[in-house]
Structure formats: structure tokens, C-alpha cells
Design a protein around this ligand. Structure first.
Ligand code: ZN
Length: 332
């Protein structure tokens, strides 16, 4: 095992309060949400999540990822936060012999495909193909449907794949009235009810992990009261539901970070530390390719198709460079 005291540096890098001034949620909110998440665990959040994922990612077992936000006008192909994080954790679990399967709306699948390619994985649609071929990512579109149909679909997916863990990364999650909102409080249309997968998994004792950065993502239900307190629109949104942006769906293990991509990278870096496998975290050049891939898939950031995340411009390149350096030092 590498020196896991480096996990504190990983957590500090992914949660550093370096959001731009005009971010949807300010740095003070990030700090408060991070502190609330940190209080749930006895070690750095990404290290706690990495332990769960390393335990789950056995050869041949499916790891089920959830990501995506869909708005037919503003985000018709999703946003740049989420798919790159999924691609890097898919790459990490593939490195352990496990099989990544990604659940999202059909319009979001292109971003998962292109970012997977940037992470040197082959996106496929046939489960048997994915089962037989290493270094693949299986795409499993989930329809926007009624609650009952979605619950049925969730049960079928869990029965088909028997996933060893569910990992939600920047997956927009419903509030107490099953409505969806941007972090600032404006409403989104109904999303695919993938929350049903998390609920069914929790009922079945399947480990659930989640990464979020704003309080409106799956997993933030674990710190719901704090989201209500520190996110300006957390308790009260700007739509008729009047129930706030806070997602009520909890996860067994939560990671709060500056962006959800960075949260996912932090988990991959801590997997590297636990296994003394420096290859599980990517480097700056792959991060450039991931962001270009997200933009090529027409993912949006701040209203533009842009190879940047949450308005952070090129800051993720520098963070990834340091994560890679920390892991390199630890694994020598
Ligand atoms: Zn509302």
C-alpha cells in the first residue's frame, strides 16, 4: 500500500475553494457542504469512497454509474461536469477487472461515449460484448417515464447486472416533491427517474456512492439539513413547487468537491493510494482530451459549448497535474 496520508492532500486539492466569483454557488457554500460531508466519515471523503469502490470492483462484477442533467433547450446534450468524472472512474474500475455500465438519458450518452474514448475505453451498447471484452464502457439509456415504470426498470437493471456498487457522479436528483432544479433555484423538466435505482439498491444492501458539488445532486440527501441551511435556494426555489433545490436522495458514501469531476478524480487518486497503483489516476494530457471530448459531445458550461467545468476555465488541468504528482510521490 502506498502512503495513504497523501489522501488528505487529495481531498484538499479537489475541494480547494477556487470557484470563480460568479459561480452558481459561492466558495462559502462549497466549504460548508464539504465540512458537512466530512463530518459523516472518519477519514478523507475520497479515501472512504475509494475503499468502498476497491472492495466492490472485483473482476467481472458490474459497477453501475449514474450521471447527467438534461434540459432540451439549455443543456440538450448535458453539461461538462459529470461525464469526465465517470470516464475516469470507469477507467479505474476497468483497471481492476470490473465492468463499468453507465445509466443516463439517451441524449446524454454521446458525452459518456466521447469521454470514455478519451479515457481509452471502448463504449458499447451490447452487454454481452462488454462482458467479453476488457476496456469497455457499457451504455444503458434510461427513459423519462412514470414513477411506476421507472421503479420497474430499476428493479430489472439491478436483476440483470447485480451491480457490486452504484456510483452517482453529478447526477441531478429530485427534491422532496420529485422536482428538479439548477443549483441557483430555477426549474428543470422531469429527468429520467434514476433515483429509483439508488432507492432499490439501498433496499437491497448494494453499496451506494455519490459525488456532488451543489446540493441538488443524488447523494446530497445525506447532508440534507445542511443543504437547506447553506445553499441559498436549497429550501426555497424559484418555481411553483416551492420546495427548494436540495436533493433528498442519500448515499452510503458521499464525496463533496469543488466540481463533481474533481470529486471523482479524487476517488481514483485514493484508489491509487490504496492499491499502490499510480496508473489509476490520469494525467494532465488526458484531462485536456476529456474536456475536449465533452465539448465535442456538445456539453455546455455557462451557456457555451466549452472545454471547461463550472466556469473554472483551465483550473482542472492544474488540479489534475497535482493529483497525478501526489500519487506519483506516494507510489514510488
Ligand atoms: Zn421548485
Amino acid at each position: 500500500m502506498a502512503d495513504i496520508t497523501y489522501a488528505e492532500a487529495v481531498d484538499a486539492l479537489i475541494s480547494a475553494a477556487i470557484r470563480p466569483k460568479k459561480a452558481a454557488l459561492p466558495n462559502e457554500t462549497l466549504c460548508a457542504l464539504h465540512a458537512a460531508g466530512a463530518a459523516l466519515v472518519t477519514e478523507a471523503m475520497p479515501l472512504a469512497a475509494a475503499r468502498r469502490l476497491v472492495d466492490a470492483a472485483c473482476p467481472g462484477r458490474w459497477i453501475m454509474f449514474l450521471t447527467g442533467v438534461y434540459d432540451p433547450i439549455a443543456l440538450p446534450f448535458g453539461e461538462t461536469d459529470g461525464p469526465p468524472g465517470v470516464a475516469i472512474l470507469a477507467r479505474a474500475v476497468d483497471g481492476l477487472g470490473a465492468k463499468p455500465v453507465v445509466i443516463c438519458e439517451e441524449p446524454i450518452t454521446r458525452s459518456v461515449e466521447l469521454t470514455s474514448i478519451a479515457a481509452r475505453l471502448l463504449p458499447v451498447r451490447d452487454p454481452e460484448h462488454a462482458r467479453r471484452k476488457a476496456h469497455t464502457v457499457l451504455l444503458e439509456p434510461f427513459p423519462v417515464a412514470s414513477l411506476e415504470a421507472s421503479q420497474q426498470q430499476a428493479r430489472e437493471l439491478l436483476a440483470r447486472y447485480e451491480p457490486a456498487a452504484i456510483v452517482a457522479i453529478e447526477r441531478l436528483g429530485w427534491n422532496v416533491k420529485r422536482r428538479y432544479h439548477y443549483a441557483g433555484g430555477t426549474a428543470l423538466p422531469q429527468q429520467a427517474y434514476v433515483e429509483c435505482i439508488v432507492e432499490a439498491a439501498r433496499a437491497a444492501g448494494i453499496p451506494t456512492l455519490a459525488v456532488g458539488d451543489g446540493g441538488n445532486e443524488i447523494g446530497m440527501g445525506s447532508i440534507l439539513e445542511r443543504v437547506h441551511e447553506v445553499v441559498p435556494a436549497g429550501r426555497r426555489c424559484q418555481c411553483a413547487c416551492n420546495a427548494g433545490t436540495a436533493c433528498t436522495v442519500p448515499a452510503d458514501t458521499l464525496v463533496v468537491a469543488n466540481t463533481s469531476n474533481l470529486g471523482a478524480y479524487g476517488i481514483a487518486a485514493c484508489m491509487s493510494l490504496l492499491l499502490d497503483r499510480a496508473d489509476l489516476i490520469h494525467d494532465r494530457s488526458m484531462e485536456v482530451r476529456l474536456l475536449d471530448a465533452a465539448a465535442a459531445a456538445k456539453c455546455m458550461d455557462g451557456g457555451f459549448v466549452s472545454p471547461s467545468v463550472d466556469g473554472g476555465e483551465d483550473s482542472s488541468l492544474a488540479v489534475v497535474e497535482l493529483l497525478h504528482r501526489v500519487v506519483d510521490f506516494a507510489c514510488r
